[in-house]
Design a protein around this ligand. Sequence first.
Ligand code: PLP
Length: 373
Amino acid sequence: MKKVYLDNAATTPIRQEVIDEMVQVMQSEYGNPSSTHSIGRSAKAVIETSRKTIAKYLHCNAQEIVFTSNATEATNWILRSAVKDFGVKRIITSRVEHHATLYTVLALQEEFSVEVDYVNVSHEGILDYKQLEELLSDETKTIVSLMHVNNETGVINDIQRIGTLAHQNKALFHCDTVQSIGKIELDLQQLPIDFLVASAHKFHGPKGVGFAFVRRNLVLQPMLFGGEQEKGWRAGTESVHQIAGMAKGLELSFENLTEEQKGITELKSYCVTKLQEAFPEVKINGANTFYNILNVLLPFAAEKTAMILFNLDMKGIAVSRGSACQSGSIKPSHVLAEMLTEEELKKPSLRISFSHYNTKEDIDYFVEVLKEI
Ligand code: PLP
């Protein structure tokens, strides 16, 4: 059966060059990076070269990159440490963040009675910057945790503006850049960000590895206790091949950025046109959206909502929905629930997310199948 993968915001296929790099590292760099002999030192060198590669593309210092097992781990660590070690008494976030942030914030609220304020978003998913500014005028020691690109709608937050507002008000800024890392230039020399997090599997790298950027002079406490790895912040023998694969994935993303950005942008606009031709009343969820994510509300009967993903899957199409189906009932996505009306939430919304591996034929097939549903 034909397979069409349009779920690249969930995860991306690994590039062949990344696989080759990882195999080579697994075969040759089997030493423990903490060992002092040459075989260990060679593995250590792979880690440090990877760190430098990542830092180079993000325009930061290699010492500011901390390897983790994924973005979720990095976010848990940073927010927890901000509350425990920096004396943060309040977290400002939004209800459309990924659960990695939202549930961490809730846990910290429960455990440390930290105050939590949520910045509203509009019907189109746009953050209320005025409200953010007002919230920040309060003197309470604060960390702002707001994402760059929303993983469900693709709505882009103005992180320059958020960071500037945060810093003007002496607040810290943690940014979930999982959906944008490797897909757009980010210059950490310029951006007023204190912490950011990323996962390699979102930029055609391996799963189970990610990193945090922690700005120089911000000293966190360890997330794991044990050895001296990662400055003692994250003890445990490093996954050398994963780290090397992540650096290779990021390098290739940046080396091909202009060309792939162009191709994906064209593909998204082709998809919008095709959907509008087939379903003139289709509506795009969110404004100012990122070039690889398209979230659409289909003008279908509400009864079709529960089975739509299943029906697409039966035809080999992988997309995801803005709603999660739980035991036959439809629970709207927490992101769309903040943006759409009750009536709109009953209808099927789909998240279609692209990569450079997609083609116009994929889109044609997807739209043809949708028409039959
Ligand atoms: N943040 C965003 C915006 C995401 O899209 C994801 C993954 O879907 C995460 C955080 C969590 O990433 P991971 O599961 O790799 O830790």
